[in-house]
Write a new protein. Sequence first.
Length: 368
Amino acid sequence: MREDNMKYCYDKNLPWTYSKNEMELVKQKGNGILYDSELHRFEDFDHNEIDITGEVIFPRTGVAQIYDLLDDIVRQGGTPAFSKDEMEQVRKWPKYVQTKRTGHMLTGKDLLDEEVIERLEQIYGTEFFMKTLRKDFSGIIPIELLKDKECAFYKTLVHHPDTEFFISEKVNIEQDQYGKKEYRCFVVDGEIYNISRFTSRILHEIEPQVLEKLQNIVASLKGSFPKNYVLDVFEYELNGEKDLDVLEFNSIDASGLYLYNSCIEKSDDLLHKKPRHVATEFVSVLEECTSQGQITGDAKNLYSIPDTFSNDLSCMCTVGILGVRVFDAHISPEDFGRHVPIFNIGKFVNPVKFDDDLARHPVKEKKM
């Protein structure tokens, strides 16, 4: 499905800057439409309702909105550029892609199994990297947190038996004058569209070996993996050796953009020989960009998103009760091992109870 055969579709109710920049671009190119998630209808840029029957629709929205959007595309006669099954395959990429570093995909239930814990300790030692497949949580986790039944981390895992995690070796990410050597690549219809470091303001080139690595990965997946996805790679040092490897795959519907990224326009300068030729979506900030400076900011855990492992861990660390969170509280990895929460609100609320299927009950206030 080439770009001239598709309509890029954006949820007009989402506030993200990169979405607004993309919307402006497809409006200019004449290959975009809007989706009203409240009215469940498709519109042109004058907000007139339109018929999408027979159209191929490339959805760009949020993680929480994508399934409703896909359902509405099909319900109203359109064809999504990618299916739910393809999104799920990308989400569960460790099942289909072998990384050079050791890695495993495990559930919360697996991580509480004593034999599994023993095996993980044999493989990874005292700590390992962990990330939910939903990407709401990541961090370096001491193996002891899986053994301490009284700590906040263990108690949170108990209530997430089916949550899926990717476990891998802890590695040291290589750095240069710009910062961590991490790269995001948009793949559309099986082709590399563009590559960018994890920055929206620092002009940079791409080293040839990075492009070669990406080309090899994309070529190896043709015919066995979806054609539309976002691929992140990074350079790291492990046991004294440097390597380029897959960091992760992301579903293209909700992946964010960096300075040279676009899912709409394919770059003819993948190595950035002309560093000022940024993605059209970022042309408006070009004068703010510099070839100096450091890439700052690591991915943050999404503690505020309900019904996620990250949110429940935050609740357990701050108040010791699922479903109750102190929004301004700062959570650090050291808090994961807490036996006593940061704030004691037990005298104000009853603990949340869980039945056999872990369904949650509302927190009830005590009568004073």
